[in-house]
Design a protein around this ligand. Structure first.
Ligand code: ZN
Length: 258
């Protein structure tokens, strides 16, 4: 069985000491492809290096994370994103979006940076990988406004309700990224996901964060995608093989990877 981890930050410092082992363990557990969303210009080099080392397994995205949108540096960051997309091959624009948990004062510039990066994605025909935290309505309003038949993407780490999920699938070519939260007791996400067609779901770990049960508290790794897939199989009442097959197909479609 093969799995794709569609959202994993393996280039961060939490993996400095043992990154080769982490990648090898993922591959040994069937996670043959790992998609890497960028954070900011400061993480670009380590991300690109990892992807060059494992060209069959690690694939980079380009974007600036909403938590790194700062008034004094955003122009420089957006220019970096644009230049990199013009120069190198990326599978998506990400990770982009809105975060109102850490800093509400930057909402206006977060919105601007989000729109600018969606427009870049449209120009270069790339899918978008969206981060929302306490900002689902604000973010999807922007996507709904700019959406057209060419735009596609994923709301990563989906934790909303059935109405939120429907709003995403109504966009046309958008998916829900399902991660460790599905395995958390009392998250309630299992009841929502029961109602959503698996045709709209892709798997992710968001490593090193959001480690699934039974490893909560430890550093997350791409190999734990298996624990998320097992939980999804249980929630949907279908086999693990079928979960692997369908979510892989969905991810391959969205990110244009064969
Ligand atoms: Zn992320």
């Amino acid at each position: 069985m093969k799995f794709i981890d569609t959202h994993t930050h393996l280039f961060l410092k939490q993996f400095d000491k043992d990154i080769d082992l982490v990648v090898e363990n993922a591959i040994a557990n069937g996670v043959s492809k790992m998609f890497l969303p960028n954070i900011s210009s400061e993480t670009t080099n380590s991300m690109m290096e990892l992807c060059k080392k494992y060209p069959e397994n690690c694939f980079p995205m380009m974007g600036v994370h909403p938590c790194d949108v700062k008034k004094e540096s955003i122009d420089k960051e957006l220019l970096h994103v644009k230049k990199m997309i013009e120069k190198e091959k990326f599978i998506a624009v990400g990770e982009i979006g809105l975060d109102l948990y850490w800093d509400k004062t930057t909402l206006d510039i977060q919105k601007e940076a989000f729109e600018t990066q969606i427009k870049l994605a449209k120009k270069y025909q790339l899918p978008i990988v969206i981060h929302v935290r306490e900002s689902f309505n604000e973010a999807i309003e922007i996507v709904e406004k700019i959406n057209d038949e060419c735009l596609s993407g994923v709301f990563h780490c989906f934790t909303g309700d059935v109405r939120d999920a429907k709003r995403i699938t109504d966009l046309g070519s958008f998916y829900l990224g399902i991660g460790g939260v599905l395995t958390f007791k009392n998250s309630g996400l299992d009841n929502t996901i029961k109602e959503i067609d698996i045709a709209h779901l892709i798997l992710e770990t968001d490593s090193p964060y959001l480690t699934p049960a039974p490893f909560r508290g430890k550093r997350n790794e791409s190999k734990y995608i298996l624990n998320i897939a097992e939980k999804l199989a249980e929630v949907k009442g279908i086999s693990l093989e079928k979960i692997a097959e369908i979510t892989n197909k969905n991810a391959s479609n969205l990110f244009n990877i064969s």
